[in-house]
Write a protein that binds this ligand. Structure first.
Ligand SMILES: [Zn+2]
Length: 104
């Protein structure tokens, strides 16, 4: 599991927020992401703001940083559950046949 080095506000500021701090990929469950991509089959998904594209941010805990969204998707790609580009560009994520059967 890779560790995400966050560069956000100091810990005491983060602790004051009303949502848990998402600091590692293991804090983000796979199921909602795969369900989201399944719902959007036939369209590519991206991360972050999304604009006109479906964005996996909507399937992750509130406040998940952009870099961690990308890292999480990279892990799902390594496991063969998601297709797309891991480099930090738009992503163009889509679920794979393996991903479709992983969480029926
Ligand atoms: Zn790329």
């Amino acid at each position: 599991m890779e560790r995400y080095e966050h560069s956000g506000p100091p810990a005491e500021t983060m602790a004051a927020l009303d949502h848990p701090v998402i600091a590692q990929c293991k804090d983000i469950p796979d199921g909602p992401i795969l369900a989201f991509l399944r719902q959007h089959q036939g369209r590519w998904a991206t991360w972050g703001e999304g604009y006109s594209m479906p964005t996996v941010r909507d399937a992750m805990p509130h406040g998940t940083p952009d870099k961690l969204q990308i890292a999480k998707m990279r892990q799902l790609m390594k496991r063969g559950l998601v297709d797309g580009c891991p480099c930090g560009c738009r992503g163009d994520y889509e679920i794979t046949p393996k991903g479709l059967t992983a969480y029926p």
